[in-house]
Design a binder for this molecule. Structure first.
Ligand code: HBI
Length: 113
């Protein structure tokens, strides 16, 4: 599944280990997501974004937040002047689910021109 297809999908409530994405599929999906990396413990994917000022960083954070609320799937965000690190993991699965890859693709779509 490529990034366009991922970004066109919506998140679903996913609870339980049966929704966990296996390592081979994680690797295939990450190849579609430029700059996204697997956290050392294998339970999240994350990417660092850079912006020219604080306003643009806040605009990005608000856009990600709006999308996350719409998808009912929420990131961890670490941010400061000109930077924001976005991390996705599915608490209800205790690791990675398709929701995380859908939302990562949707974040990329926010920045695509
Ligand atoms: N966000 N990252 C993340 N992980 C979850 O498991 C999660 C969530 N947002 C909402 C949510 N679970 C549930 O309340 C809905 O899926 C029902």
């Amino acid at each position: 599944m490529n990034i366009i297809e991922l970004a066109s999908r919506h998140c679903q409530p996913r609870k339980g280990k049966e929704h966990a994405v296996d390592a081979a599929q994680v690797s295939r999906l990450l190849q579609q997501l430029p700059g996204w990396q697997l956290r050392d413990d294998g339970t999240a994917i994350a990417k660092d974004f850079r912006f020219t000022d604080f306003h643009r960083t806040l605009g990005f954070i608000n856009a990600v937040g709006f999308m996350a609320n719409h998808e009912d799937h929420h990131p961890d965000l670490e941010a400061g002047y000109g930077h924001c690190r976005v991390s996705w993991s599915t608490h209800d699965v205790g690791g990675l689910s398709m929701n995380d890859f859908i939302c990562a693709a949707r974040v990329e779509a926010l920045l695509a021109r």
